[in-house]
Design a protein around this ligand. Sequence first.
Ligand code: GLC
Ligand code: CA
Length: 561
Amino acid sequence: MTEPQSTRPDFPDASLHPQTPLPAPHWYQQAIFYELYVRAFFDSNGDGHGDLRGVIDKLDYLQELGVDCVWLLPICDSPLVDDGYDVRGYRQILPEYGPLDDFKRLVDEAHRRGIRIITDLVLNHSSDQHEWFVQSRSRRDNPYRDWYVWSDDPTGYKDAGIIFIDHQRSNWQWDEGSGQYYWHRFYPQQPDLNYDNPAVQQAMLDVAAYWLDLGIDGFRLDAIPYLFEREGTNCENLPETHAYLKRFRQLVSDRNPDALLLGEANQPPGPIRSYFGDGDELQMVFNFPQMTTTFNALATAQAAPIRDLLQAMPPLPPAAQWCTMLRNHDELTFEMVTEEQRRFLFDYYAPDAAQRLNWGVRRRLAPLLGNDRRRVLLAYSLLFTLPGSPIIYYGDEIGMGDDVSLPDRNGVRTPMQWDDTPNAGFSSAPPDLWYAPVVASAEYNPQRVNVAAQSDDPASLYNQLRRIIALRKAHLAFAVGRLELYAVDNPAVLLHTREWQGELIIAIHNLSAQPQRYTVPAAFATTPATDLFSGAALPVIGAEMRLEPNGYRWLTTFGSR
Ligand code: GLC
Ligand code: CA
């Protein structure tokens, strides 16, 4: 039998940990997050576009699911070239989403239910229709010229990579009117703001203050690696960027000590860790490597990729937390794997070339996993037992499908399927007025996949996920417990523990589609435990264990509650 990799001689006993005086976790360290696309969620006024009132109408649903914090995709005014990530007005709400009063009401109604609201703040770039850029490009001596990054030379910053590789050839765009090139890491309609200009730095601090004063609970900071540019670097994760984000954090915490900054940096473990600083930068950062690795482990039916990654993951400052996800509104990125792995993962998850986009796969969770309930739940079980606060992407709680016939990433942003009526309970407008068609495929149409039917069915994905969420919330060890990884004598089995204040949770996952046997590490074999799902008491865990195909178990050695 392989010995546990842990050097700890034995599992902890409550008596050995007499009420360790650990600080209470912060709200975001134990929160369940929900990523919500306002346009897709619920249309309250029948114009074919989801809106803020529609979100208010569905807050009870989110509460019932167990959501603690909703992340709204961009809600600011925008020409929507990149679905709101091209901001035309940082203090205005997109007219289709409703007036500012609706936003204030949403915050109040959410808070009344104990739900927090954060929204995207797009720092790196604005829309080319933003007044700042309109001024900037109007004349070279316009006072706003220096708010963006202009150059005569389109070969500058040549070590900076191209992100939207399927659409872009260069990060420089020629501006005929003013006779220079401007810098953009994303679409040309998203010119990068010039953070070397103190006025830009201040303007974005003022934007943050504006939303904090409206009661918002924090921000998802979009695309943070790219704020500054320096020749001879790849223009990512620069010290100047960290210094600015620390200043940003200071302002936010002074305004509201409870407010969260959640950073998006699609980067390897070292750089993403750097965004926590010494606890003085961001409180949370998305764990992109963990998302990729989870799909790698599921495809290869091997626990090693997950174990290796988590062992290599640098520790975090005490008040910090990873934000973990299976899917989001973008493509599932395979940028940070070897070329050979990428080829394998593309073949596995995106056999049809139309499913591929840039470095990734533009599909939702259920289709990626073959609409196999056991595998979807296995993936969720990994998400909820490994370190980090999990995010659920809207629709993935009911196993919604996607539509690759829609351009770019739109196929994973289709209307939420509330019921089995022809309009899916999303909108009363005729479908030709909808912002996007509902998924129509035989497997995932609203008759097959919808909230109403799943709410009524105790065995549905929705209700099984609700149970997972409730269990996770009842045991703080999942949120903040110390992680230990064990090597067991079966490569398809991942066994890890989470320990907090005397409670030890043992999570066991079978990553393969065949039943598996394995030997429990000696440290646990004689331990009495309780199965968290069935509530059954196990006199001892036992040395030999069996797991169903893609099965998982959560055991607590602290008795049931
Ligand atoms: C982030 C967003 C993505 C957007 C990009 C540019 O990566 O998640 O949707 O296109 O930033 O703002
Ligand atoms: Ca509407």
